[in-house]
Design a protein. Structure first.
Length: 135
């Protein structure tokens, strides 16, 4: 069991079409109808914060897979992710603090020497130096 997933709110925003490409979604609760399942498109990712919804193909897209939130993507703060050019694709590039865990081992030289409060999530972390913030 994944506690984080279990804690997600049960209610979801009304879902009719993909925010990325506009494809209409099949109704999730139209159960038991033996229609051609392959023809249907279901929402893949939904951002509870801004309401952005993607189909499966958009969720994998660097152009359409970013939600409208400026500092997070589908609830995951950008500061915990390694820099990438497509972050904040909808609202502009995310330029705030970052402290991606995987970089600690790969690029320890990329981090500042003293932990401080992250400007995005508010946790005290070793943040990336400025020159490492561009993906
Ligand atoms: Zn789509
Ligand atoms: Zn969002
Ligand atoms: Zn943070």
């Amino acid at each position: 069991m994944n506690a984080e997933h279990a804690a997600r709110p049960a209610t979801q925003p009304s879902i009719t079409e993909c925010t990325g490409c506009g494809v209409s979604f099949a109704e999730i609760d139209s159960d038991e109808e033996d229609e051609d399942e392959d023809e249907k498109t279901y929402p893949d990712e939904v951002c509870d914060d801004c309401g952005y919804i993607t189909c499966e193909s958009c969720a994998c897209s660097h152009y359409r897979g970013s939600c409208y939130c400026q500092n997070s993507n589908f609830g995951t703060p950008y500061c915990t992710r390694a820099p990438a050019w497509y972050h904040g694709g909808r609202a502009g590039s995310y330029v705030g603090d970052r402290h991606p865990e995987e970089y600690v081992y790969e690029h320890p030289e990329a981090f500042e020497t003293t932990p401080r409060q992250c400007g995005n999530c508010g946790e005290v972390k070793l943040c990336l130096k400025k020159e490492w913030l561009r993906g």
